[in-house]
Design a protein around this ligand. Structure first.
Ligand code: ADP
Ligand code: MG
Length: 606
C-alpha cells in the first residue's frame, strides 16, 4: 500500500509540498478552533504560521507549523497507519456533536503525508501537542513500511517534519523551487508561509513582523464581492492568471444553495490567435478548499468559452485520492452549466447596459459566441440573442432582435449575405433589389460565419433569407408576370448562355434580383458557400462539385444587346465577359483571367 502511494498515486513529485503544507494548515485550523474554548491551546507566538527551512548542503527540508501538534498516541494513529485521517475524524466528531462553524479542513484521505517519501529517503516528525501536560514525540521512517518512535525533543507546540531528500531531489532544498511551488499550489493557504534558507543570514535589523510570507494568503474569490477593489481584481488577473492588459469584465460568483461553489471569472479584452483553434488547451484553474488542484480544467466550461480565465473553488468537489483528478461528473456538469449560464447572463447585461463594451467583445471574441451557437445546443437560444453581424446600412454590429425591430412595414424576412469580406458583401449585385427596397442586410464574413450560415433558418418566427440564394420573395404579381414573359422572349439568349457556359454553371435564368447589374451568380439553396468550399479545399478535403446559377437582368441594356447580337463569335465573347464580371462582383476570379483581360482590351480598342 505504501509502495503504491509513493510510486503510483501522484503524477508529479512536487505535490508532496502541497500535501505537507495543507496538513500544517489543517493543524492550525484545528488548534484555532479548539482555542476558542480551551485557553491552554491559545497561541503564544504572535501569529499562526508555517515555516519552510531549507538546507541545500545537508539536503534537508523542514516544514514546520505551530498548529495543534500530535501526542505520541495520535502520531502512532495518524502516521503509523495508512488511510487514517486525524483531520477527517476531527471534522466528523464536530459534525456529530452538532457543532457549527466547523473549520474547512483540507485533509480527508489520510495518504497525503506519505507523498514525502517520493522525494525523501527518510522522514522525521517532531511534534508537541498543544495543551497542558503534553509531552513531545518523534516519529521516524525510511518509507519502507516500518517506522520507529521515541520521545523526541520538541519544546514549542506544533509539528516539524524534516525530509532527508533523495540525491536526485536536491532541488527541493532550493529557495527558488520552494518559492515557485508555494505560489503555485499553496498561494491561498490562509496562514503565512515563511522561508528560511540555511546559510542565508537574516538581516540583523529585520523585525519579525517585516518578514514577508511566500504566499498571498487571501483567496480573492472567498472575500465578499463588495469589498474587493477593481485594482485587486486586475492584479490577480495579470499576476496569477497571466492575463493581458485589463479584463473586459469580472464575474465574482458565490453560488449557494444546492450547488455551492465560488468562482472568479475574467472575460478578456483580446485573446491570442491560438485560442481560435478548438484543439488549444484551455480551462479554468480549480481550487478545492484554497488548495490548487490544477489549471486548464477543461471539464468546467464548454469549449467555446475557452477565452475565459479564472478560478473555481468548491468544497464539495469530489477529488480522487491523489487530488489530481475530479470524479463524479454530475457535480462538475452542474457547475459547468451554472457557469455558462452566468456568463451568458453577464454578456446579455453588457449588451444592454454597456453597448460599447459589448461591441468590443463582439469585435474581439464574437467568433467564440458563433462557435457556441454551432455547438452548444442547450444554450442556442440565449446565444442567438447575442450574435452580432455587420449590417449594410451603416456597418454597425447588429443583432437579430435589433434588425427585426427596425424592419420597415411589409418586410417579411431577415436578409443575410455570406461573403469573404465586408467590402465584397457590400458591393454584391445580389443586394440590388434589397437596396432599392431600402431593406437592411446582415453580412456573414468570418470563417466561423460560414459554419453557422447553414444553421440560420429563422428568428422569432421570421424566416432568414440569404440574398444570394433562391427567391428573395419580394416580387409583386406584375413582376412575376414580367419574369414569365422574359423567360419566353429571352429563350434563345438563355440557351446561348447555357451552351457557352455548359461546364461552369448549372442553370441560366432571368431574375428580378438585379436593378443595376446585367447579371450575377447565385447559389443553389443547398450548395456550400464558395468561401467555405475554398476553405475545405485548402484543408485538403474533397468537396463535391456544385455549380452556381447565373441570373440575367432582362431589363439591362447589355442583356438586351446580347439578345440582339447576330454574330455568334461576338455574342460568345460578350457572354464570357459578362460571366467574368459576375465572378469579379462576388470577389472571385474569372475562370480564365488572361482571356478575360484580352477581351476587355479588345473591347477598349474597339
Ligand atoms: P489527511 O491530511 O488526508 O488527513 P495525511 O496523510 O496528509 O492525511 O495526514 C494524516 C493525518 O496525520 C492527518 O489527518 C493529521 O491527523 C495528522 N497530521 C499530519 N500532519 C500533521 C501536522 N503537521 N500537524 C498535526 N497533525 C498532522
Ligand atoms: Mg493531508
Amino acid at each position: 500500500m505504501l509502495d503504491l502511494v509513493i510510486h503510483s498515486l501522484y503524477s508529479k513529485k512536487e505535490i508532496f509540498l502541497r500535501e505537507l503544507i495543507s496538513n500544517g494548515s489543517d493543524a492550525i485550523d484545528r488548534a484555532k478552533y479548539l482555542a476558542l474554548t480551551d485557553k491552554s491551546i491559545a497561541p503564544e507566538a504572535p501569529e499562526w504560521q508555517l515555516t519552510l527551512r531549507a538546507d541545500a548542503t545537508a539536503r534537508t527540508l523542514t516544514i514546520e507549523d505551530n498548529g495543534l501538534g500530535m501526542s505520541a498516541e495520535e502520531m502512532e494513529e495518524a502516521l503509523g497507519t495508512i488511510a487514517k485521517s486525524g483531520s477527517k475524524a476531527f471534522a466528523e466528531a464536530l459534525r456529530e456533536g452538532k457543532e457549527t462553524n466547523i473549520p474547512e479542513l483540507i485533509g480527508k484521505f489520510g495518504v497525503g503525508f506519505y507523498a514525502a517519501f517520493m522525494v525523501a529517503d527518510s522522514v522525521t516528525v517532531e511534534s508537541l501537542r498543544r495543551g497542558e501536560g503534553q509531552k513531545p514525540a518523534r516519529w521516524m521512517s525510511a518509507g519502507d513500511g516500518a517506522y520507529t518512535m521515541d520521545e523526541g525533543t520538541r519544546t514549542a507546540p506544533g509539528t516539524a517534519i524534516t525530509l532527508h531528500l533523495r540525491e536526485d531531489q536536491a532541488q527541493f532544498a532550493e529557495e527558488w523551487t520552494l518559492r515557485d511551488l508555494v505560489r503555485r499550489y499553496s498561494d491561498f493557504i490562509a496562514y503565512p508561509i515563511y522561508l528560511e534558507v540555511e546559510g542565508k543570514e537574516r538581516k540583523a535589523d529585520e523585525k519579525p513582523e517585516e518578514r514577508k510570507p511566500l504566499n498571498t494568503m487571501v483567496a480573492l474569490w472567498k472575500r465578499p464581492k463588495g469589498e474587493v477593489k477593481a485594482e485587486e481584481y486586475e492584479a490577480f488577473y495579470r499576476q496569477t492568471l497571466r492575463g493581458l492588459g485589463e479584463p473586459l469584465k469580472v464575474l465574482h460568483i458565490a453560488a449557494e444553495g444546492t450547488l455551492e461553489y465560488r468562482a472568479l471569472l475574467f472575460i478578456p479584452k483580446t485573446v491570442g490567435m491560438e485560442m481560435l483553434m478548438p484543439g488549444n488547451k484551455h480551462g479554468l484553474s480549480l481550487y478545492v478548499r484554497n488548495v490548487f488542484i490544477g489549471d486548464e480544467i477543461e471539464e468546467l466550461t464548454p469549449s467555446w468559452l475557452r477565452f475565459l480565465k479564472g478560478v473555481v473553488d468548491s468544497s464539495d468537489l469530489p477529488l480522487n485520492v491523489s487530488r489530481e483528478m475530479l470524479q463524479d461528473d454530475a457535480v462538475i456538469r452542474k457547475i459547468r452549466a451554472d457557469l455558462t449560464n452566468r456568463v451568458l447572463k453577464a454578456l446579455a447585461e453588457m449588451a444592454k447596459e454597456k453597448p460599447e463594451d459589448f461591441e468590443a467583445f463582439t469585435a474581439a471574441l464574437g467568433d467564440f459566441l458563433k462557435e457556441g451557437f454551432h455547438s452548444d445546443w442547450e444554450n442556442k437560444e440565449k446565444i442567438t440573442e447575442l450574435l452580432r453581424f455587420k449590417n449594410l446600412k451603416d456597418g454597425a454590429f447588429t443583432g437579430l432582435r435589433a434588425y427585426k425591430d427596425a424592419m420597415p412595414e411589409g418586410q417579411k424576412a431577415i436578409y443575410m449575405l455570406t461573403a469573404d469580406t465586408e467590402q465584397a458583401a457590400r458591393q454584391s449585385p445580389c443586394l440590388e433589389q434589397l437596396k432599392a427596397k431600402g431593406y437592411d442586410v446582415l453580412f456573414l464574413t468570418s470563417p466561423v460565419d460560414q459554419f453557422i450560415a447553414g444553421e440560420l433558418y429563422d428568428y422569432d418566427k421570421t424566416p432568414i433569407v440569404f440574398a444570394d440564394k433562391g427567391d428573395l420573395g419580394l416580387d409583386a404579381e406584375d413582376a412575376k408576370q414580367a419574369l414569365e414573359t422574359a423567360k419566353q422572349t429571352l429563350k434563345p439568349t438563355l440557351e446561348a448562355f447555357a451552351k457557352r457556359l455548359e461546364t461552369t454553371v448549372k442553370e441560366v435564368r432571368p431574375t428580378t434580383r438585379l436593378t443595376d447589374s446585367p447579371c450575377c451568380l447565385v447559389q443553389d439553396p443547398n450548395a456550400l458557400p464558395p468561401s467555405m468550399r475554398r476553405m475545405m479545399e485548402a484543408m485538403g478535403q474533397s468537396v463535391p462539385e456544385d455549380k452556381r446559377i447565373l441570373e440575367l437582368n432582362p431589363e439591362h441594356p447589355l442583356i438586351k444587346a446580347v439578345a440582339a447580337e447576330a454574330d455568334e463569335t461576338r455574342r460568345d465573347e460578350a457572354i464570357d465577359l459578362l460571366y467574368g464580371q459576375a465572378c469579379l462582383a462576388e470577389g472571385t476570379l474569372p475562370p480564365d483571367p488572361a482571356r478575360f483581360n484580352a477581351l476587355v482590351a479588345q473591347l477598349m480598342s474597339r
